[in-house]
Design a protein around this ligand. Structure first.
Ligand SMILES: Cc1ncc(COP(=O)(O)O)c(C=O)c1O
Length: 357
């Protein structure tokens, strides 16, 4: 068996301990004689798995009691329309900070239901920075941001203060650094980067924002449906929730979010320090807004980029190609990427630079 260091933007690496434990339980989960995949979602054993996963989300993120934790399907992208259907109920207007492809997709969905007011955008600079000094409307139902921009490698180091509830797409940096949940009205994240396998979407929503959907909102799209049925209105993504629980147990064992954050900083600093001193490779995001999860970089020469990606792959450093919309390279270094993976990448980059300049 050969495991590689996988720098994929998502689905991404999972902690090896989690995979091993899941493998050991694959055929017979704790004496049940079946896999969690084969288990009724209403069985005592699965209900315990579900309750443990929710408890761990609350514990690890320090979720206040007036917030609901939901495990939904449809990916983060379904939230782009589910959020307006549930929250856009007073003014029919949402304030957006447009920081990339994912906020653009959310803007497009909001326009189906009402007004999407873009208060600031970094599109003119290919989304290489996070706009500052934001002025929000007095009549927005909520303010929408993406806390980390997977494609461009930018992140908010400080969240805007808003009168309207702040809604954040945290798909690519959830649980990677401490956040204060009570600063937000709603937080959501597809699991496939920092939480587990694709198929489950975590939604943390303040109670007072639930229960007043716009007219015509289908039952499955109402948060209240899932709150009232504890995410079991229909069959939830059982196996993904089971793995998510194991990943959160791993986070807890690493010292919780503060522990993984310190490790994330070490990994990101190692890579950025190299990029800042390299004559061949260059980071593309504005320094003050750099993501500690996704690190895009270029050589400025497409042929050299391709050669680098090919040779890195042969070394077991895989999925380093940048997003198709921006090119170059991108190293996604989520919670589960070991420090050794980044170290190996940086050593390989140094070696490549020496032999190709
Ligand atoms: C920030 C962000 N939001 C949303 C999405 C879309 O997630 P999903 O594929 O789960 O719909 C992604 C996927 O990469 C993402 O990076």
């Amino acid at each position: 068996m050969k495991r590689v260091f996988n720098f994929s933007a998502g689905p991404a690496m999972l902690p090896e301990e989690v995979l091993k434990e899941a493998a050991s339980e694959m055929l017979d989960y704790q004496g049940s004689g079946m896999s969690v995949m084969e288990m009724s979602h209403r069985s005592k054993q699965f209900v315990a798995i579900y309750e443990e996963a929710e408890k761990l989300v609350r514990e690890v993120m320090n979720v206040p009691d007036n917030y609901k934790v939901l495990f939904l399907q449809g990916g983060a992208s379904t939230q782009f329309s589910m959020i307006p259907m549930n929250l856009m109920n007073k003014y029919g207007k949402v304030d957006f900070v447009n920081t990339g492809a994912w906020t653009k997709k959310a803007i497009k969905e909001v326009k189906i239901f009402g007004q999407a007011n873009v208060v600031a955008s970094s599109e003119e600079a290919t989304f290489t920075y996070i706009p500052k000094d934001l002025k929000f409307s007095d009549d927005a139902d909520y303010v929408y941001i993406a806390s980390n921009n997977t494609i461009y490698g930018t992140r908010y180091t400080e969240f805007p203060k808003t009168k309207a509830p702040l809604v954040a797409d945290m798909s690519s940096n959830i649980m990677s650094e401490p956040v204060n949940v009570s600063d937000f009205g709603l937080i959501f994240a597809g699991a496939q980067k920092n939480l587990g396998p694709a198929g489950v979407t975590l939604v943390i929503v303040r109670e007072d924002l639930i229960g007043n959907p716009i007219k015509g909102t289908p039952t499955m799209m109402q948060y209240s449906t899932h709150v009232e049925n504890e995410s079991m209105f229909n069959t939830p993504p059982t196996y993904a929730i089971y793995i998510l629980g194991k990943v959160l147990k791993w986070v807890k064992a690493k010292g919780g979010i503060e522990g993984v954050y310190q490790n994330n900083l070490k990994k990101a600093n190692l890579l950025y320090n190299f990029l800042d001193n390299s004559k061949m490779f260059k980071g593309t995001a504005a320094k003050e807004d750099r993501s500690i999860m996704n690190v895009p970089f270029v050589t400025g020469n497409e042929e050299l980029d391709a050669k680098f990606i090919k040779e890195a792959t042969a070394e077991g450093l895989v999925t380093l190609k940048g997003h198709r919309s921006v090119g170059g390279m991108r190293a996604s270094i989520y919670n589960a990427m070991p420090y050794e993976g980044v170290e190996k990448l940086v050593n390989f980059m140094a070696e490549f630079e020496k032999t190709n300049s």
